[in-house]
Ligand binder design. Structure first.
Ligand code: MN
Length: 133
């Protein structure tokens, strides 16, 4: 038996693509994270208020409210404004990377995810959250 990577950190995954969502969830749970999931931003914001996750992985292209707008809403609510939010996106275009950074995302995890590094990427953002929080 090897020790799991994570220590039960709670990750909220907001992602409308079922396949992407399932892969991220399965990988994170396998590596010792806890996860909650939402298929759209509105549901995700409610979950963030209820559960106050350690970090949020936020898809940008979502049905209804997009991920950048969702981040603005989150930042406007003092109860959840401090949560570390990572853009979870297929876009590697510099103009988008710049837009996400200016919007206040802590960073970007690009899809399709690299299954070998993804859990460590997420853990690194959790550590950032612990340090800042
Ligand atoms: Mn999407």
């Amino acid at each position: 038996m090897t020790a799991t990577l994570a220590d039960g950190q709670l990750v909220l995954i907001i992602e409308d693509n079922e396949k992407n969502l399932k892969l991220a969830r399965d990988l994170l749970r396998y590596h010792g994270f806890r996860t909650i999931e939402a298929p759209d931003a509105e549901t995700g914001l409610r979950m963030a208020s209820d559960a106050v996750p350690d970090i949020i992985l936020m898809d940008i292209e979502l049905p209804g409210m997009d991920g950048v707008t969702a981040l603005e809403c989150l930042r406007a609510d003092p109860a959840i404004a401090g949560i570390v939010v990572v853009a979870f996106t297929a876009s590697v275009m510099p103009v988008d990377q710049d837009r996400f950074s200016r919007a206040g995302f802590a960073g970007v995890i690009v899809k399709p995810i690299d299954v070998k590094v993804f859990p460590n990427q997420v853990l690194a953002y959790c550590r950032t959250a612990e340090r800042d929080g």
